[in-house]
Design a protein around this ligand. Structure first.
Ligand code: GLN
Length: 454
């Protein structure tokens, strides 16, 4: 813990940790030491971790990367952090992220950009660690902590993992409790671990999983010992390669990476099968209707009354002006864009044309996966992202930024588990990741396949 606290203090330039909690870390570490001496040491005992700022942590600033939650210190602990602390984990601090987890580059954060510890060749240019769990990815990649909590609504664990050369898994929807995790799009949000290896991810995931009566969407299912399932044996497993993921303009290096992943699995005895997921091309538009719709509803609670920031009011300002000024000051551009899109697609005149249609598309996307699994496919291999890390300040349009999620949003729409594993470097020496998509509740099997391409 001391070594990690020192590393965190020295790595300020990465802007990965945005709230430091050394007192909590030391107290937890001492407690963990005592347990280890007593021979009562669960898996996470004494393991220094970082926590994405989206999680409510008792008495510790929890701002979801937003100005509107300035000064907010929850009086309660999220179920996941509570479970991890019960298991002996040590919290070093809270990690940078895109505001309310909306973004793919960590550039929408009120704390400023998090920085990728990787550099392209000899270039000095700062690269994005990805987003929205950019701080989590940067912290794990830079060895500031042994693992970090992330959340993934459309790719926010897997894309930053791919950009920083680490492993990240988004579990099946319902595997982990969302209680105390600030909501972005409730039907898509799922927390997961970001770690240096598949084995670490398996250990971390088991500690954070399980039913929670406080989250009605959390599943009442036993949590398997994911680590024990890592046999490395993938003989006879059927790996689907979806042709719709071979998109126009995909860099050759990503194609090569994918081909290499296919070869590795084939060499390990897996059967490779071409498959079709015909509704893939509608996933991104459906996601960018459903996610903003849910966000506009979830973010209605930030009104300057109950949490965090409240704007200074002028003479004659009433409650309406208080809401408007607070929200205008407290929310950044991307969040305001999502709230506007979300309220529009939910409005009486457009509900059927946009929101309901997107929901129907979502069902078709889910069915594509169900059909593939019913036909005998065990897991699906794709690239995790359509590129490696890009420069901070690249000034993409929103649509260009949304294209980052082209391979990941399908998995959230279908509620499936998806893992990103580092699988090679591009010509600039930057990491690239592959994604494996599994059947519902098959995180153990999925991590085992991932360990074969790791
Ligand atoms: N980049 C996507 C978005 O901005 C995904 C974010 C996420 O998974 N939290 O919505």
């Amino acid at each position: 813990t001391e070594a990690h606290l020192e590393a965190v203090a020295e790595a300020g330039a990465l802007n990965a940790f945005v709230h430091h909690t050394p007192e909590i870390a030391r107290a937890q570490a001492e407690h963990a030491d005592a347990r280890i001496r007593r021979g009562d040491a669960p898996d996470m005992c004494g393991i220094p971790i970082g926590v994405k700022d989206l999680f409510c942590t008792r008495g510790v600033p929890s701002q979801a990367g937003s100005r509107i939650l300035e000064g907010f210190k929850p009086e309660y602990e999220s179920t996941i952090t509570d479970k991890l602390f019960q298991d002996g984990a040590v919290m070093l601090g809270k990690l940078n992220m895109d505001e309310f987890a909306m973004g793919s580059s960590n550039e929408t954060s009120t704390y400023g950009d998090a920085v990728n510890p990787w550099r392209a060749g000899n270039s000095d240019a700062s690269l994005t660690p990805g987003g929205s769990s950019g701080g989590s990815a940067a912290a794990v990649a830079a060895r500031l902590c042994l693992g970090a909590l992330g959340t993934d609504t459309g790719g926010s664990i897997r894309q930053p993992a791919a950009f920083t050369g680490i492993t990240g898994i988004k579990p099946t929807y319902g595997r982990c409790s969302r209680w105390g995790v600030v909501a972005f799009a409730s039907s898509l949000d799922q927390a997961g671990p970001m770690t240096r290896s598949v084995r670490d991810a398996a250990i971390f995931l088991r500690a954070m999983s399980g039913h929670d009566p406080k989250d009605s969407t959390s599943a009442d299912l036993a949590v398997p010992d994911f680590e024990a399932m890592l046999t490395g044996d993938v003989k006879g497993q059927v790996i689907g390669i979806p042709r719709e993921y071979r998109i126009d303009g995909m860099p050759e290096e990503i194609e090569t990476l994918w081909a290499r992943g296919i070869e590795m699995l084939r060499d390990a005895g897996a059967e490779i099968r071409d498959i079709s997921l015909p509704h893939t091309k509608y996933a991104l538009p459906a996601y960018y209707v459903i996610a903003p719709a849910e966000a506009s509803s979830n973010l209605a609670r930030y009104d300057g009354v109950r949490f965090g920031h409240r704007a200074k009011l002028g003479q004659g300002d009433g409650i309406t002006e208080m809401y408007e000024k607070t929200r205008a000051e407290g929310f950044g551009d991307e969040v305001q864009r999502r709230v506007m899109v979300g309220t529009y697609v939910l409005s009486a005149g457009f509900y059927d044309a946009y929101y309901n249609r997107a929901r129907r598309v979502r069902t078709l996307i889910k069915k594509d996966f169900e059909d593939a699994f019913a036909a005998g496919v065990d897991a699906i291999l794709t690239p995790a992202t359509p590129s490696s890390a890009f420069e901070l300040g690249a000034n993409f349009t929103p649509i260009q930024m949304y294209l980052n999620d082209v391979f990941t949003v399908t998995v959230n729409l279908a509620g499936l588990p998806g893992v990103a594993v580092p699988a090679g470097l591009d010509k600039r020496g930057l990491p690239m990741g592959l994604q494996l998509i599994g059947k519902p509740w098959a995180e153990g099997e999925l991590l085992n396949v991932a360990s074969a391409v790791e």
